[in-house]
Design a protein around this ligand. Sequence first.
Ligand SMILES: *[C@@H]1O[C@H](CO)[C@@H](O)[C@H](O)[C@H]1NC(C)=O
Ligand SMILES: *[C@@H]1O[C@H](CO)[C@@H](O)[C@H](O)[C@H]1NC(C)=O
Length: 504
Amino acid sequence: MAELRFRVLAALMALAAVAGTSVAGFEFHEATVDAIQLGFRNGSLTSTALVRFYLDQIARLNPLLHAVIEVNPDALAQAARADAERSSGRHRGGGGLHGVPVLVKDNMATRDRLNTTAGSLALLGSVVKRDAGVVSRLRRAGAVILGKANPSEWSNFRPVQDGWSARGGQTLNPYVLSHTPCGSSSGSGVAAAANMAAVTLGSETDGSILCPSAVNSVVGIKPTVGLTSRSGVIPITPLQDTVGPMCRTVSDAVHVLDAIVGYDTFDAEATRAASKYIPRGGYKQFLKIDGLRGKRIGVPNVFFQGTDDQDLKVYEKHLRTVRQHGAIVITDLDIAVDWADLNAQEMIAMNAEFKISINAYMSDLLYSPVRSLAQVIAFNNAHPIQERIKDFGQPDLIAAEKTNGIGKMEREAIRKLNELSTNGLEKLMKEHKLDAIVAPDSQASSVLAIGGYPGIIVPAGYDKQGVPFGICFGGLKGYEPRLIEMAYGFEQATKVRRQPAFKH
Ligand SMILES: *[C@@H]1O[C@H](CO)[C@@H](O)[C@H](O)[C@H]1NC(C)=O
Ligand SMILES: *[C@@H]1O[C@H](CO)[C@@H](O)[C@H](O)[C@H]1NC(C)=O
């Protein structure tokens, strides 16, 4: 019964996707930020029409995909204001993200009628003091806040729950409905893939942008930690948390990155330290068609172990393409990292950092039904059905609650993690003078996470079942300019992304 309903829905959606929507020549499906800005300038598009299109997409697709947790009741008003600003010349024809509808992950605070809950019922009704740093930058850029994307709930970080939250339900992969959309920025990735927003924001601690970008065939940028502010973002650990774009093209992601990077007094230390990496004139200058030329790209074996043979052939083909476009590809590399040790140390540091930072987040709220991690745990136990305690438990929350600040063990773990970065990725990249390493999907996420390093995922192919996979370009802190050059060069040379098929 449920299966039949799925199949009928899926067929309807595929039809709707093909039919498209076009007003006065503007093609809404797959619209890029550049096309949107051109549409605004040549009069074929208004922000209001664009918001209507995405609201319609959400109304039709969300009952199946559960990618959006809340729609902003003020989105149309914001669009009307953007339209008025443009026609009065106050925004001089717009540009950037002006008038562009953005969906933000539900762990990013918005001081408006939208709730900020990270998908958890415990935080429903909490009132934030101010917008998250990245959200206030979006507003200053004139973007329309379309709504909140459904995250994998932070209170239950377990693979089995990828794409699930108590408030938003189970997010589905629009390519293959039975396949996980991956977490935790699943709603953002799915919404971008299925044209439910122009662009989206996700966040990553270890894999949460890279993984859902890969399996939903979108471009995800996980910036150097501190390049984008984490203020007002429901935290896991300040050592690794970072906010970045998830979009249908590299160019769109770069438009978003330009809008959200920079110093924020509420995340002062990290954003000040990383601000030296922000290039004068922003990141768009690195969208170079020949961006692969002369780049030294390393291929560490370890990331490709366990990759399906057929997918591996696709990656090999891509590496040939990358060479043809002038890059120097160095294969058979080793990263001197003890993986078990890495993950163990990461967990030790993360558990303690999570308790400190989540308690700080909750105590800073103007109002909240829960004020501490202990209260969240108690809330989940009191609502076992809604929070699916039987299925998932809450082991990560309980482990974090048991910690007691940054003590000797945590300091030692953090020291070891830094050492792993120095002797691992950093050493490899310096020895071989690499501009990037490549890895399938989010296989490099932990190595990038512990060093605060950036990575960009670009669509790379589809497996036998039609499930998308991606290629990750990763580098050292501040390498965004060259990673963008390579990602854009690769995307333009391969053009892998196609629209979701809603396969059963
Ligand atoms: C305006 O720009 C859009 C691209 O954004 C294009 O599709 C459309 O045809 C253009 N219309 C006119 C009237 O030039
Ligand atoms: C925020 O949550 C409350 C309580 O569930 C709900 O009534 C309200 O509609 C939500 N806001 C939005 C914009 O969805």
